[in-house]
Design a protein around this ligand. Structure first.
Ligand SMILES: Nc1ncnc2c1ncn2[C@@H]1O[C@H](COP(=O)(O)OP(=O)(O)OP(=O)(O)O)[C@@H](O)[C@H]1O
Ligand SMILES: [Mg+2]
Length: 360
């Protein structure tokens, strides 16, 4: 059963529709990520869940209780912990007081506060640093303080808004796993916000991809990577070749969809991703670089085999990429390191019809 239900949520800022009638469910104990480019409405959605914004329409139900439709439930009564986009620890307070602040407002006994703060600091790996000021901490440590502060009141729901964006790349990678394992260990239902697709893929049970205030696809990292709902999603998650073309009548003896492109009269696609494949429709044949097969010698004749010239070669340590010009269309292929071919040389590309998706 859903622990958080977002129903038809609309939030406008004057003429800007920041969140456009979205629906979303987060299961108990699930870690769901809102992923999308800057300005697509991620923070606004999170702030609506937290009770820091008043939506124009819709409802948010947390643990069976409506937050809006039966009267606005104040942020402090929602059982939520939040880590903000700039993690906002208070510079004039020591670590201990930063974390204790929320409990002090609740007028809890001093000894209980002490115990709980130390417990939570230990949980986030900050034991022994409770007397430091934020200026005496590294970025990663400040981030942990922000996390401790969000967790100290034992929230039912944890909301994290780009919590790792201020950290350097290496630290960001290790903190992803740390946050995930901590949240999973505690069993908290959480909504995580990022514009970093790799981060979303590592940290989430499911990802909701947002574009201009809308949710365009919800699924596991694998579902979204393998079966993107449209071109926007495919472009946002991983790397994809998009070959523009137009659907033409397919040969009678196949159930493939046939597309005319700039470099070929027909490219066949047999994936089940094909919908509304009416002749004349403008589409993108989409294939991942790792699915493009490269032959250095002319292979046996087959459909979807095209000759091209290597325009660029890029060595990325763990991968080697060829950027191949096929009659003026650039196609990126991930290839074996031991391929000796160089820029300017001819190769043959096989675009497996079963791996070509048709996207709009
Ligand atoms: N308080 C506000 N007043 C006016 N417009 C706002 C306000 N907050 C957000 N917006 C607008 O609403 C839209 C969504 O903003 P939001 O902060 O939710 O985006 P985001 O996805 O979190 O982006 P980022 O990745 O840059 O943090 C944007 O067009 C933004 O300019
Ligand atoms: Mg934001």
């Amino acid at each position: 059963m859903a622990f958080i239900e977002i129903k038809n949520l609309l939030k406008r800022f004057k003429k800007v529709v920041a969140v456009n009638h979205i629906h979303l469910e987060v299961k108990q104990g699930e870690m769901l990520t809102l992923l999308g480019p800057s300005g697509c409405g991620k923070t606004t959605t999170l702030r609506c869940i937290a009770g820091l914004e008043t939506p124009d329409e819709g409802d948010i139900v947390i643990d069976g209780k409506p937050m809006l439709s039966e009267g606005f439930i104040h942020s402090s009564k929602r059982g939520i912990g939040m880590v903000f986009q700039n993690y906002a620890v208070w510079p004039h307070m020591r670590v201990f007081n930063n974390v204790a602040y929320g409990l002090k407002l609740q007028k809890i006994h001093k000894k209980s506060i002490q115990e709980r703060v130390l417990e939570v600091l230990e949980l986030v790996g900050m034991k022994g640093l409770e007397d430091r000021y934020p200026s005496q901490l590294s970025g990663g440590e400040q981030q942990r303080v922000a996390l401790a502060r969000a967790l100290v009141r034992n929230p039912k729901v944890l909301l994290l808004d780009e919590p790792l964006s201020n950290l350097d790349a290496k630290l960001r990678e290790s903190m992803r796993f740390e946050i995930k394992s901590l949240v999973k260990r505690m069993g908290i239902t959480s909504v995580y916000v990022t514009h970093d697709q790799a981060e979303a893929m590592v940290i989430s049970d499911r990802i909701a991809v947002m574009e201009s205030g809308n949710i365009v696809q919800v699924g596991t990292a694998q579902e979204i990577y393998k079966k993107p709902a449209n071109k926007f999603v495919a472009d946002f998650i991983g790397t994809m070749n998009f070959i523009s073309g137009e659907i033409v009548q397919a040969p009678r003896d196949t159930d493939a969809v046939c597309v005319r492109t700039e470099f070929a009269e027909k490219v066949l696609c047999t994936t089940d991703s094909v919908m509304e494949a009416t002749p004349g429709k403008k589409v993108y044949i989409s294939i991942r670089p790792e699915d493009v097969e490269v032959f250095t010698e002319q292979p046996q004749a087959r459909e979807n085999l095209f000759k091209g010239i290597i325009a660029h070669k890029a060595y990325l340590g763990n991968f080697l990429y060829f950027f191949v010009d096929v009659n003026g269309t650039r196609i990126q292929a991930q290839v074996q390191h031991n391929l000796p071919q160089d820029e300017g040389q001819e190769v043959h590309l096989f675009l497996d019809p079963q791996k070509c998706m048709i996207l709009f």
